[in-house]
Design a protein around this ligand. Structure first.
Ligand code: RTP
Ligand code: MG
Length: 148
């Protein structure tokens, strides 16, 4: 089953949105298999956002993502990588479709409350960057066999 890496960014934690954001994925039927609050180091932040090195917003992005605790999670389910991106909405909350997480909670491209892996490859890389294998929990749910 597909897995993705999601992270409530420091603005989401500061604003008390953690529960509401996690709820959206639970309500959709996805299964949380890893979950923790953490403070990201600059080193890990620079690795995580490695594709953006050299861009004008890179330093600000690293400053922001290391500015306070984040809530990191691994979520599992059918096509969850692309589905989670749909649920998040566009990078710029002002351009995000109504009802998406970013459109509901954000107005600033640099304060868009959630991160989600943009591909299966990114998901695998990011899960390995933020979680040790033993922090991911394998468990079945009663509903998995007959409703999704
Ligand atoms: P994320 O990686 O955080 O989930 O966001 P994303 O895929 O939707 O967007 P990405 O292109 O990967 O950019 C990473 C984060 O950098 C900030 N950003 N600022 N023009 C700008 O000022 C600009 N462009 C991107 C955003 O906070 C974005 O989430
Ligand atoms: Mg991205």
């Amino acid at each position: 089953m597909e897995r993705t890496y999601l992270m409530v960014k420091p603005d989401g934690v500061q604003r008390g949105l953690v529960g509401q954001i996690i709820s959206r994925f639970e309500q959709r039927g996805y299964k949380i298999v890893g979950l923790k609050m953490m403070q990201i180091s600059r080193e890990v932040a620079e690795k995580h956002y490695g594709e953006h090195v050299g861009k004008p917003f890179f330093q600000g992005l690293v400053d922001f993502i290391t500015s306070g605790p984040v809530v990191a999670m691994v979520v599992e389910g059918k096509d969850v990588v692309s589905a989670a991106r749909e649920m998040m909405g566009a990078t710029n909350p002002l351009k995000a479709a109504p009802g998406t997480i970013r459109a509901t909670f954000g107005v600033d491209v640099g304060r868009n409350v959630i991160h989600g892996s943009d591909s299966l490859e990114s998901a695998q890389r990011e899960i390995a960057l933020f979680f040790r294998p033993e922090e991911l929990v394998d468990y079945g749910r009663a509903i998995d066999s007959w409703i999704y």
